[in-house]
Design a protein around this ligand. Structure first.
Ligand SMILES: O=C(CO)COP(=O)(O)O
Length: 253
């Protein structure tokens, strides 16, 4: 069946020392037998974290879609691959909002990640006004149609999807299990329409947005929620260790 994944997006936090320390702590956690764990440290630390990681996979929060050239300040997917990095975040709402990343740019990033064999975690999710006006399903469907559904089935197979409602990110206002399941089931149905039942059944769809030890069990127990993309709670070893623990996944399942 599909992979169950807990991924920590550290965003632009931690000193080098703190990042290495947290990386070691995550690698020493008691991780559930069927759970894959990823960390996404700031770019500066990805290689160090990769070197310190045994059972945990390491991804970058960003990368540029061209392989090399005059793109001052950027790091390419190709360079990440050369450095042994496993995954990359694409389409996070913070990059869409603060760095103007649009559908067509995200599409290029996705193509480049796949071409280089890096696992893309493609993020989608609606802002508060779209949640409130009730058009959130079509909003998220459009994000996938614009940047993801051009992929062939063989390419799409490599993608991990993450639903992160913007109103839940860093706000403490988590989506309820019902809200998450409604969206995740819809996402899986669109994947099925496009790529068929078998591939839809194999696609991991993670939830992100104020996920923490207090609400993770209810979210992870939803049929179509295959784990979490965790911000704030991934910076605290004590919290993150609960999210990756076997018992968080087994009690309600
Ligand atoms: O943006 C997120 C993960 O990518 C979620 O962040 P929080 O868990 O801090 O809400």
């Amino acid at each position: 069946m599909r992979s169950k994944i807990v991924a920590g997006n550290w965003k632009m936090n931690l000193s080098e020392k703190e990042a290495k320390e947290l990386c070691k702590e995550v690698n020493n956690m008691n991780i559930g037998s069927e759970i894959e764990v990823y960390i996404f440290p700031p770019m500066l630390y990805v290689s160090d974290c990769k070197a310190l990681s045994s059972k945990v996979k390491v991804g970058a929060q960003n990368a540029y879609p061209k392989d090399s050239g005059a793109y001052t300040g950027e790091v390419s997917m190709w360079q990440l691959k050369e450095a042994g990095i496993d995954a990359v975040l694409i389409g996070h709402s913070e990059r869409r909002e603060y760095f103007g990343e649009d559908h067509s740019f995200l599409k290029q990033k996705l193509d480049s990640a796949i071409a280089h064999g890096i696992t893309p975690f493609f993020c989608c999710g609606e802002p508060l006004e779209i949640r409130q006006n009730g058009t959130f399903l079509s909003y998220v469907k459009n994000q996938l149609e614009e940047s993801v559904f051009h992929l062939s089935a063989t390419e799409f197979e490599k993608v991990v999807l993450a639903y992160e409602p913007i109103w839940a990110i860093g706000t403490g206002q988590t989506a309820t299990a019902e809200q998450a399941e409604e969206m995740h089931a819809a996402i899986r149905s669109w994947v099925e329409e496009k790529y068929g039942k078998e591939l839809a059944g194999k696609t991991s769809v993670l939830y992100g947005g104020s996920c923490n030890p207090g609400n993770a069990q209810a979210l992870f127990a939803c049929e179509n929620v295959d784990g979490g993309l965790i911000g704030g709670a991934s910076l605290k070893a004590a919290d993150f260790s609960v999210l990756v623990a076997e018992r968080t996944w087994t009690i309600l399942n």
